[in-house]
Design a protein around this ligand. Sequence first.
Ligand SMILES: [Zn+2]
Length: 414
Amino acid sequence: MHRLRALALVGVVVGAAFVPSTASAPRTAAAPPPCSEEPRENPISEFTSYDEMLVELDRIERVSEGRVTLEESGTSNQGRGMMLARVGSGPKVVFITAEIHGNEKTGPDALLDVVDYLGTSDSTAAQRIRDQLTVVAMPKINPDAASLDRRGNDMTWEEAQARFPQLAASPPPWNYITDQRQGDDYSQRPGFDVNRDYHPDLNYQPQPQDFPGSSDSPGWFLSPETQTVRDVYKRLRAEFGAVDTYVDLHHQGACYTVPGTDDFVTMSLSGKFVADPRTPEGSEFAEFADTFRPEYSRQLNVAAYNALQDAAERNPDYGHITLYPQDINLPGTGLGAFQLNGSGAVLFEVRGQTQTLGEQHRETLTRTVHIGLDGILSSIASGEVTRLDPAAYDQIPPTDRGQRTLGGQTDIEG
Ligand SMILES: [Zn+2]
């Protein structure tokens, strides 16, 4: 399990060496601004709030003239509707979710843009996606956390125990947050990191012996939010036979760099979430060995990467894409659980959560997600994805997580 620990040191460093500013000095890259992972208060009002999302989805549905349909597929623990937008009539399903961590806010904005585009554009590219794919988008799958602008949902262990009486004597799970996290105080309003609440067995029911669990063990579908996403996945699988692709949109640390450069990582990608069930290391989930398609996940990531490298001609930031750490085993994530069930899976990890970047760079980062998603959708719709070399995935640069930042709380796990 890869996890960056917070260092005792607090402060920032500027990566590049001092460069004399005399006119005759040789020109080298200017020193980038300092970067800090220290949580702080930042404005976020430019991001789409939950209520604004409801208004925007209604608008998109209306102007799409029947191309986009909406449904409330479930409700959060605090009773907020979990909205789903569906567009396209093709035989392959692409399921995209965002903001399971409520302090990771470019995903919803990008997803609304994508649904708007697919619902209203008469371009050949949009038409081909609509003909070949059914795109199912859930822009805010943890609306309580989104409204609190924090990672965890808004649910107590006692509430979970009341719903699952068999857990009355169990300790709370390891991902139950009751203290400080990423600058947020959970002591009066605890919650769960629901992105560890999935289980590869989509019919799993919580068992006392599975608590408190751990990061490299499955979750339990304790939260209404994960139950809803799981139910949508099962429903799509029943309707289409398989969920071809699953994409989950996140944010990570703010100060990572592209190796060998001073360029901040705009976004990291990954198609690796669990140990391969065909190997001894992944034998716990050997029952999924036949459905697991890691090569397809790699091709999907390459499609996103290629689209962003092409876009880098317009803005170099789009090209600063790296690979998320690959030494992880997280069967309690939606990506891990759904990948084992046969979906090609892609993780987007955009630069900086709200407690570090706020709405800084919002437009560029949101556009980065949009371009990456369009790369995936276009590549599946055209059939190109199956001809991409999975080995190109290994050529995506790794993420340099160490050079630029000393200290501050870094809790970036997808
Ligand atoms: Zn996240």
